[in-house]
Design a protein. Structure first.
Length: 225
C-alpha cells in the first residue's frame, strides 16, 4: 500500500507541475485524484503531493526510462521518476549487473513493447461493450472488456487525452488511468530461470525512484521436470 501511495504521490506532483493544481483545468491530475480516492489514499497525502509541486524548495522529478536485458535474454523496460538521475542510473545498472543482466542504451528495446493507456471505468446502465468499442475505435482504442463492476479500455498511449475527454464528456466515471508497456513477443523461461529473473525484477521494483517495470517473460514458466 505504501508503495502505491508513493508512486501515486509522485505522479500527482508531476501532473501538478506540468499543468497546475486545479483539477478542473488539469485532466491528468483529475484522473489521478480519482485513482487516489479509489486506492483509499489519505486526502492529506494528495494535498501534500499537490503542494509539493508549487513549493519553492521543490526539486523537479525527471521521468527517465532505462532499458536492458536480464539473464536468459529477457527484455526489461524500467520507468523512473527521479530528482537525481546519477543515483538512479547507478542503482539500476548495479541491479542488472548483480543479477546477470546488462543495461542497454536508451531506446534500444522500445520497439519490443507497445505503449498503451488503460482506463478502468464504472459500468453504466444501458451501455453495451460493443457500442462503446465502436464509439472508441476512432480514438485508437483496440480493446474493451468487462471485469466485475468495471469496464477496462485499452488504447494507444498517444490518444490517452482524447480517450479521457470522450469518457468524461459522456458521463463515465473513471476509476483509474495507467500507462503500460505490453510486450509484443513473450519469451518462455524455465521455473529455475524465473527464480533468478524474479530477484532482479524485485530489486528494480523496490527502488524508490522506480515507477514501473515491464518485461517480456511469459507468465507461466515451463516446468524443469
Amino acid at each position: 500500500m505504501a508503495r502505491v501511495f508513493t508512486k501515486l504521490g509522485k505522479e500527482i506532483t508531476m501532473a501538478t507541475k506540468a499543468a497546475g493544481p486545479d483539477p478542473d483545468a488539469n485532466p491528468r491530475l483529475r484522473v489521478l485524484m480519482q485513482q487516489a480516492k479509489k486506492e483509499n489514499m489519505p486526502k492529506e497525502n494528495v494535498e501534500r503531493a499537490i503542494k509539493k509541486a508549487t513549493s519553492k524548495d521543490y526539486t523537479d522529478y525527471k521521468e527517465m526510462n532505462y532499458e536492458g536485458y536480464g539473464p536468459f535474454g529477457i527484455a526489461i523496460f524500467v520507468e523512473t521518476a527521479t530528482d537525481n538521475t546519477t543515483r538512479t542510473v547507478a542503482n539500476v545498472r548495479s541491479y542488472f549487473n548483480k543479477h546477470g543482466g546488462s543495461l542497454g542504451t536508451s531506446g534500444s528495446l522500445e520497439f519490443l513493447f507497445d505503449h498503451k493507456a488503460v482506463f478502468h471505468i464504472v459500468k453504466k446502465e444501458g451501455v453495451s461493450l460493443e457500442d462503446l468499442e465502436l464509439e472508441l475505435i476512432d480514438f485508437g482504442v483496440d480493446e474493451v472488456e468487462e471485469d466485475e463492476d468495471e469496464i477496462i479500455i485499452s488504447g494507444e498511449f498517444s490518444q490517452n487525452s482524447a480517450i479521457q475527454k470522450y469518457l468524461e464528456e459522456n458521463g463515465f466515471e473513471i476509476n483509474s488511468a495507467e500507462f503500460i508497456r505490453i510486450p509484443n513477443d513473450l519469451k518462455e523461461v524455465t521455473a529455475e530461470q524465473r527464480v533468478q529473473l524474479d530477484k532482479l525484477l524485485e530489486k528494480l521494483e523496490e527502488d524508490e525512484d522506480v515507477q514501473n517495470v515491464f518485461h517480456n517473460m511469459k507468465e507461466d514458466g515451463i516446468d524443469d521436470n
